[in-house]
Design a protein around this ligand. Structure first.
Ligand code: F6R
Length: 260
């Protein structure tokens, strides 16, 4: 894995955005996997800035969101359909018809999950998958003990995840209990992974993901199995990394790093 430690959250957003920008510049019909939550917002803001400046064109880019709550109406502002529309599709100038979000309102969730996997395959797979990480090590909504080979499916959210996400709702009880999420096996099939984390609250999860054993107890540790995974963190989120100096040394000496 490539571990990039940067001074602050805005630098994290800028560097991760540059990875996405490189892909879109090379391939105007690139397929991007989008995460929701707070972590990727700086990436989307930076990409929107570059799109507004005419530096990037997202009009033909295709997108797949990682996850969606089950049973939360898409009209609800915190449904991931609404969040992706508000933070990604509109600001980046994407075609809404080219952006898919898992169907948490389907009457047949199992069939909807299979259809989502098939749609990713039909698009030729995901070129670059953006990821945040939960304080418990989840990626997407693959909670601890998720199968490392899992595909898009329904999951039960842990009390910790529901408590963490209560900030987006009027009361903790309103946070849905279930979600549909791309599986860890789905995520591993993306050609490139970029995980971002900011703040001290993520430091333990980042250390477990990067330096701990590959284990379903920390789902993000599955990134260690991917050939091209980049973890971009600020100093606070890097605080528990044992080999931080080595990662800084590698990044500073990476050919072309000044490009970002
Ligand atoms: C959301 C998702 C989750 C979040 C994670 C971190 O699509 O996939 O894994 O990335 O819960 O959330 P934030 O960024 O809000 O701390």
């Amino acid at each position: 894995m490539e571990i990039v430690i940067l001074p602050d959250a805005s630098e994290v957003g800028r560097v991760a955005a540059s990875v996405v920008a490189d892909v879109v510049e090379r391939e105007p019909e690139a397929v991007i996997g989008f995460a929701t939550g707070s972590s990727p917002l700086a990436i989307y803001a930076e990409l929107a800035r570059r799109a507004d400046a005419g530096e990037l064109d997202f009009s033909r880019v295709r997108g797949f969101a990682l996850d969606e709550y089950v049973g939360l109406d898409y009209g609800h502002p915190e449904s991931y359909h609404a969040v992706i529309d508000r933070t990604v599709t509109k600001p980046l100038g994407m075609d809404p018809a080219l952006v898919a979000v898992p169907d948490g309102m389907a009457s047949d969730i199992t069939a909807a999950c299979a259809a989502y996997e098939a749609a990713i395959d039909a698009a030729g797979g995901i070129d670059v998958q953006l990821l945040g990480i939960g304080a418990n090590g989840h990626i997407g909504f693959n909670e601890p003990t998720s199968s490392l080979a899992s595909r898009t499916r329904i999951k039960t959210l842990t009390p910790k995840t529901r408590a963490d996400n209560a900030r987006f709702f009027d009361s903790p009880e309103q946070v849905p209990t279930h979600c549909v999420t791309q599986g860890l096996g789905t995520i591993l099939r993306a050609r490139r992974l970029v995980l971002v984390a900011q703040g001290a609250g993520k430091a333990d999860a980042v250390a477990a993901a990067v330096e701990g054993p590959v284990s379903a107890s920390c789902p993000a540790s599955v990134l260690q199995l991917h050939e091209f995974a980049t973890v971009v963190v600020d100093e606070a989120a890097a605080a528990r990394l044992t080999n931080a100096d080595y990662y800084r040394y590698v990044w500073q000496n990476k050919p072309g790093w000044k490009h970002y």
